[in-house]
Design a protein around this ligand. Structure first.
Ligand code: ADP
Ligand code: MG
Length: 338
């Protein structure tokens, strides 16, 4: 008979990392969400070798108190929720307290931070999940997280990484999904030292144009629906501007990019009469609802959500999109967003 043993924390983190940090882009997502949760108005991303060699995210957000630096890398330690009732109405992108702990367990991570209104910055280094002592450092107000050599200590996982170009493409897609939902935040993306994207603080229409292209925005119809605590806003391309692939489908729930079958289905239904079935509608849509109406804690990376009133959501999304499409088909002038 084999005896039962408690796993060491380090191994627990590495196992969790398997779920949370599938690839460099997933580490980048955790880091960007932390910067946004910290209220950053400006976020810079540096990647090297598709993020495999380096992911550095620097923000001008709230910062982290020196004493909290080790906690930030501790599993299940978070400043974002305190109780089960907080979990039911979570308004931040993170709350599970395992993002940084997971990333740190499979990389060499340096966390440097200077809280707002503090004169000093401090830094903590974690290598292979082992924390080194907190030391003074130089940093403006805000936080930098630097992740080097992802999976250097877990070669079996490292083997699953694809080419630099593919990993870079995933990082870039993650960056764009997040940037799209936060037009008032300034973003910068560099890869191998070269600036790839520079996004000033701008309006939503401008941000959508910067990411999905002016031609998308020019061919787009405005969705603006509201009912019973729900809102659906954003742009859908007119049926003449469809794509053969799904990569221009952006759907957000309370600011979070999600892949939601229910919403995809509702939007497809709305397009059914106007779009050839092999074409995919293009859209950037933002659904908001009271946090109690949606469970975001169903997936480690929160890419999926569960709605309490799924039928009502389906109908709301369907009608919101269908209404603007019906207007164009009926020949009235489509509302353009510029
Ligand atoms: P979660 O985001 O779920 O709380 P994380 O492991 O991602 O868990 O982060 C742990 C904690 O570290 C956060 O709750 C937050 O207090 C702090 N933190 C992480 N990144 C930043 C950042 N860029 N700015 C300020 N605080 C941060
Ligand atoms: Mg987080």
């Amino acid at each position: 008979m084999k005896r039962i043993q408690r796993l060491p924390d380090h191994l627990v983190n590495q196992i969790a990392a398997g779920e949370v940090v599938e690839r460099p882009a997933s580490a980048l997502k955790e880091m960007l969400e932390n910067s946004l949760d910290a209220g950053a108005g400006k976020i810079s991303v540096d990647l090297a070798q598709g993020g495999i060699k380096l992911i550095r995210v620097t923000d001008n957000g709230s910062g982290i108190a020196p004493d909290d630096l080790p906690l930030a890398l501790d599993r299940h330690a978070t400043s974002k929720i305190h109780s089960l009732s907080d979990l039911e109405s979570v308004a931040t992108l993170g709350f599970r307290g395992e993002g940084l702990a997971s990333v740190a367990s499979v990389s060499r991570l340096t966390l440097t931070s200077r809280p707002q209104d503090s004169a000093h910055a401090h830094q903590i280094v974690a290598i292979d999940g082992t924390l080194h002592p907190v030391e003074p450092a130089a940093h403006p107000e805000g936080t930098s997280v630097e992740v080097v050599d992802l999976y250097f200590n877990t070669p079996a996982r490292r083997k699953f990484l694809k080419s630099e170009a593919t990993e870079y493409a995933h990082c870039s897609a993650t960056f764009e999904r997040i940037a799209l939902a936060h037009p008032h935040v300034e973003f910068l993306l560099r890869h191998n030292g070269k600036v790839v994207q520079r996004l000033p603080a701008q309006t939503l229409a401008e941000r959508i144009g910067a990411i999905l292209g002016r031609d998308f925005v020019d061919a787009a119809l405005t969705v603006d629906a509201e009912a019973a605590g729900l809102t659906l806003r954003g742009l859908v391309a007119s049926p003449t501007y469809s794509k053969a692939s799904r990569d221009a489908q952006y759907f957000y729930v309370n600011g979070r990019f999600v892949r939601d079958k229910l919403a995809q289905h509702a939007i497809r239904q709305a397009f059914r009469d106007v779009l050839h079935h092999e074409r995919h509608p293009c859209y950037a849509l933002f659904l908001t609802l009271p946090p109690e109406g949606v469970d975001v804690n169903v997936h480690p990376t929160k890419i999926e959500v569960r709605f309490r009133e799924s039928q009502a959501i389906h109908q709301f999304v369907f009608h919101g999109v269908n209404k603007v499409l019906a207007n164009t088909v009926a020949g009235s002038t489509p509302q353009q967003v510029g």
